[in-house]
Every structure is written in C-alpha cells, then in structure tokens.
Design a protein around this ligand. Structure first.
Ligand SMILES: Nc1ncnc2c1ncn2[C@@H]1O[C@H](COP(=O)(O)OP(=O)(O)O)[C@@H](O)[C@H]1O
Ligand SMILES: [Mg+2]
Length: 318
C-alpha cells in the first residue's frame, strides 16, 4: 500500500491530561480514513497536529514524504482543513469568503472564478453565492466552510466533524461532496462521533478513546471482529441496578451470547449468535429465570456503535 500519512508516536499533553497518547498509524494515500470516537477522545487534537495548527509534545508524522515538525511549510501547501468550529467572515458574501482563501493560496483569478461556481453548485448554494453569509443557517455556513477548505485543490483534506449539528439534508449534501473527492484520488481524513457517517464514508477507521486507538480496520472488519451476532436490546422496568447486573451476568454465561451489558437506567443489550432466529428462546429463558418479559424489544444487525460498546462498555454519545 502507498502510505499517505504516517503517525509516529504522536503525542499531545495538556497540563491536566494527555489528549493524544502515543499514536502510531498508517493512513493510505487516496483513501478516506475516519477517526471515530466520543467527545473528548482526542480527534480534533490529532487533526490539529497533523494540519500543523498545534505542535506535538512528542512524536511526529510523515505526510506525503514530509516531516510534520521540519517541513511544516511544505505540508501547509499540500493540505486543506475544515475545522470543527466554523470560521468565516459574516460581512462577506459566500463567494467572497471562498475567494479570500483562493487569494491567500495565490491562485490566479482566472483559475478560481469558474471553480468557485462549480463548487457552490455541488453544495447547492449557487443561488446564494452573492448573499452575505451573516444570514446563513448553520448548515449553509458549514457547507461554505467545507468549500473554503478545498478551493486550492489540496492533496490531503482534513474534515473535523463536518456534519456535526447539520440537518439531514445538509448532511447528505456534505457526504456526497466528500465522497466525490475520494474519486479524485485525494487522501481524506474525517473525524466524527457519528457511527453512520464513519461507516458510510470510510475505507478504514481508527476508533479512538481517551487519546488512544483501541481498534483499527475497515468498518466491515471491525463489525465482524467485535460482535459477530445480532444485537438484542430490551427494557426491564422496576429493577434495581443489582438485579439488572444479575440478569447481565446470567446472559454472559450463555454460550450463544458473545456479550451482554446494561445500558442507561433500564436497558439491557446483548449480542447473540443467530439472535434473530432464537429470540423466542431468549424470551422464554429470561421469563423462566427472572420472571421478566423483555419489553420494547429491538433486534438489529451489529453497527459501529456496538463495536464501540463492545470495546469500552460505553455508548459513543455517553
Ligand atoms: N487547548 C487545550 N487545553 C487543554 N485541554 C484541551 C485543549 N484542547 C483539548 N483539550 C482536552 O483534550 C481532550 C481531547 O480534546 P479533543 O481533541 O478536542 O477531543 P475530540 O475532538 O475527540 O472531541 C479533551 O479532554 C479536551 O478537553
Ligand atoms: Mg473535536
């Protein structure tokens, strides 16, 4: 494989905590790589170091053959960054905000003029090109922000939570836009705490938690390795934590069950081989053993959320 980015013992310590803890990782050129993890996992800190915004405490990265610490100027010219916080000038129009970035990159006007229209069209914002962004919705601003990150046609693009807080329609537009970039053989790094986004878009994923990578692979691989069965979730009402723990440990002792956990105040979730087919068996088993009826029963195929639960015992959103 051709490596686009290699993180080498990359570490960032803040006075109170280690936000990124000795990460080693190879990211393939021309692919879309996702960092999936809950809030505070260290995703933005990682992206900020790779995009030369933040200095690592130790370690480094190699980006298309250039060293993060020693060749940061060169790296700046190869990358585009769409930061988590929206950055733009309210009193410029959509077009002017993008033009400003094009000029900072010293792109001749003849080159960027039509390109901006094409990009605005892809983001379904061409009809608002000449409006001040001041009146734009969050979703529209986010879409402009994405365009500002890519106007200079970078080889590597970092998208930090590109769809956080977006309405479903804007999210779809941004996803399609990002997918299009991959066709151009660009290397794309995306962070998200949205498991559908990570699953839909990424060729490979690193699941990050407390600054460490806890699993890595394609979405398919991860879902296969962690939780091969179906996920069964149900509620039990009026049971103490202790009673629920008893049920969980009983389920964990069943050879058809890969894992069982209690979630929130009244839910229990478990992963069982062939769970869909055997659901009546589990229903009866719990009725016999604990006199409980599974309520609000949900059965579904394994997702990346389940992979995360399997690895950490927590929800991505907890
Ligand atoms: N400038 C900073 N100073 C101190 N702590 C920080 C700073 N930036 C981030 N952190 C902390 O580092 C951890 C990782 O943050 P971040 O990388 O933003 O996580 P994520 O993007 O995954 O939500 C968090 O605990 C956060 O509070
Ligand atoms: Mg972040």
């Amino acid at each position: 494989m051709s490596t686009g980015i290699e993180l080498i013992s990359l570490t960032k310590k803040f006075p109170d905590l280690t936000a990124v803890d000795n990460i080693n990782l190879k990211i393939r050129k021309g692919h879309l790589f996702g960092f999936l993890g809950p809030n505070g996992a260290g995703k933005s800190t990682t992206i900020n170091m790779l995009s030369t915004v933040l200095k690592p405490t130790s370690g480094t990265a190699n980006i298309l053959g250039y060293d993060l610490i020693h060749d940061s100027q060169k790296i700046k010219s190869l990358i585009g960054v769409c930061p988590q916080e929206i950055v733009m000038y309210d009193y410029l129009t959509a077009r002017e905000n993008i033009e400003l970035i094009a000029r900072l990159h010293k792109i001749p006007k003849s080159e960027y003029k039509e390109h901006i229209d094409e990009l605005l069209g892809k983001m379904k914002l061409l009809d608002r090109a000449n409006s001040l962004v001041k009146g734009f919705s969050g979703g529209m601003k986010r879409r402009i922000n994405v365009l500002m990150a890519v106007i200079h046609n970078p080889e590597i693009i970092f998208f930090d939570e590109p769809t956080a807080g977006l309405d479903p329609q804007s999210r779809r537009v941004v996803w399609d836009f990002i997918k299009d970039f991959e066709k151009d053989n660009k290397t794309i790094i995306l962070t998200t705490h949205n498991m559908e986004e990570a699953d839909d878009l990424s060729d490979n994923i690193a699941i990050i938690d407390h600054g460490k990578i806890i699993a890595e692979g394609s979405p398919q691989q991860l879902k296969g390795e962690h939780g091969k069965g179906d996920i069964i979730e149900f509620r039990v009402f009026n049971h103490s934590l202790e009673e629920r723990e008893k049920i969980v440990s009983f389920l964990n002792g069943n050879s058809d069950i890969l894992w069982a956990k209690s979630l929130g105040k009244e839910r229990i979730v478990f992963n069982a081989y062939d769970g869909l087919r055997n659901i009546s068996h589990f229903y009866e088993l719990l009725d016999q053993q604990f006199k409980i009826k599974m309520q609000d029963l949900v059965i579904r195929q394994n997702t990346l959320e389940d992979v995360f639960i399997d690895l950490t015992g927590r929800n991505l959103r907890d």
